[in-house]
Design a protein. Structure first.
Length: 467
């Protein structure tokens, strides 16, 4: 049995929330925890995503926490550059990754095509970051492992996936590395969800380990309570419909859209809301919702039972999934009360932009913001209620009502993170905080020290810890 101490190097989501990727080296093997797409300014993102700080061919296996693109989205590049080992994850994560990666490749191809059209004479052709063909090759390497069981991978290490309650299939990863006199352990939280959210099970207890790598997205911010969400949503819907308006909800296609649809379904099912037309204008959301229905093993008990009663909780009876561009145009010209949930959570791209452009000048309409809006995005300008906003090279007056409900987040807030992590004080040797901006990770780090954790740090990109 090898004697060298295991190490972890933090290569992504270090001092930021994007591009999750950590390299574990133990017993002569190299494992990657996540291989997420780095999202940021174009040139920097391209360099980050194409230049790995290690040889992809030398990686023995990838362990994937969940299917959000900032966790799985750079796998096709890893494969293109020589990685040929297994990618371990839960069954739902595998299926959602297939949908997410295909969509991501399509965006990369369209992006390259657009840049090539605008390319000055003599400049070389822009290649897509990866193609749909690369995704096909990547999906062949996926190996799904069930939750809760400790799986032995050859004799090199053991892995257990534990519910993270953040997205269908999302998991915390517990790694056990054989060593003498006792095995070494690492827990990676991936992204941690909230208790009491619909559809998903609550996050499990965070498994004890020598090293805990924890997310810190909202380490310094509190969300609205989960129990108020249905009421808050009902009020916004009724107010808008009563004045004959349209309710526009920009939402990420994976996770947030299904949560909102579920809430609306429940309100109608319970007789609190009169049935109304709900459009989900996102082909990706339609594909993802199909995957959701295939994985009742990931649902909480309430949803699993509801699904037996009414197999249509994400389905066509309640929601009209808009797939073609022509249909989408018809919906955004439509002049009758309805709800439109459309892709691109921060309003920076996608079909939501057309809906906003055509509808926010009407004061009867409402824009409901349910997710974080980064500075300098159209979503943020709407939250700030600027009198006018630029959409597609045109200034549009913002007369519609703007309502923000921040309780729909799929990340634990500061109080929930404390509740998850505090019981581990005295049982964990070291904590490393990742997946958080400095203003969120710093207060969390201070509180963890207060709870009695001795070795808490917030590593820079490329920093290594020796266990
Ligand atoms: Zn996530």
């Amino acid at each position: 049995m090898a004697t060298a101490s295991p190490t972890v190097t933090f290569w992504g989501a270090a001092h930021t929330v994007t591009g999750s990727m950590h390299l574990v080296e133990a017993n002569g093997k190299k494992l990657l925890l996540d291989c997420g797409l780095y999202q940021g300014k174009r040139a920097e993102a391209r360099a980050r995503n194409t230049q790995f700080p290690f040889d992809p061919a030398a990686i023995d296996a990838v362990i994937l926490s969940h299917a959000h693109i900032d966790h799985c989205g750079n796998l096709p590049n890893l494969v293109r550059q020589g990685f040929s080992g297994p990618i371990y994850c839960t069954p739902a994560t595998r299926d959602l990754s297939a949908v997410m990666l295909a969509d991501s490749a399509k965006i990369q191809e369209e992006d390259a095509e657009y840049l090539n059209k605008k390319r000055p004479r003599g400049e070389s052709l822009v290649q897509p970051l990866y193609s749909r063909k690369d995704v096909v090759g990547t999906m062949k390497l996926f190996q799904a492992l069930s939750y809760w069981r400790l799986h032995s991978i050859n004799h090199d290490f053991q892995v257990k996936f534990v519910e993270a309650g953040h997205l269908l299939g999302s998991a915390m990863v517990q790694l056990v590395i054989p060593a003498s006199p006792k095995p070494r352990t690492i827990t990676f939280t991936g992204d941690l969800g909230r208790k009491g959210m619909p559809i998903l099970r609550d996050p499990s207890e965070v498994p004890e380990a020598e090293l805990l790598i924890s997310e810190s997205t909202y380490g310094g911010r509190a969300h609205d309570g989960v129990e108020m969400l249905a009421n808050d949503l009902l009020q916004v819907v009724e107010r808008t419909i009563n004045r004959g308006g349209k309710l526009l909800i920009p939402a990420f296609s994976l996770g947030r859209t299904q949560t909102i649809v579920y809430f609306l379904h429940q309100l109608i099912h319970d007789g609190r809301l009169k049935p109304l037309t709900i459009y989900v204008d996102s082909p990706l959301a339609a594909a993802a919702s199909t995957v959701f229905k295939l994985h009742p093993e990931c649902f909480d008990e309430e949803t699993a039972l509801l699904l037996q009663d009414d197999p249509d909780i994400f389905g066509e009876n309640l929601v009209r999934y808009v797939r073609t561009v022509e249909e989408s145009k018809n919906v955004n010209r439509l002049d009758k009360p309805c709800i439109v949930i459309a892709g691109s959570g921060m309003c920076e791209a996608g079909r939501i932009q057309h809906h906003l452009k055509n509808n926010i000048e009407n004061p009867n309409n409402t824009v409901l913001i349910i997710g974080f809006q980064a500075p300098e995005t159209l979503g943020r300008r709407i939250v700030e209620k600027r009198p006018e906003v630029r959409i597609h090279d045109r200034m549009v007056k913002l007369n519609a009502e703007v309502k923000v409900l921040n309780g729909f987040s799929s990340h634990a807030d500061m109080n929930e993170l404390d509740a998850f992590l505090k019981p581990l004080a005295g049982h964990v040797k070291s904590i490393r905080l990742v997946h958080g901006e400095p203003d969120q990770a710093t207060p969390l780090m201070a509180r963890m020290k207060g709870y009695g954790f001795n070795d808490v740090a917030y590593p820079e990109r490329g920093e290594k810890i020796v266990l």
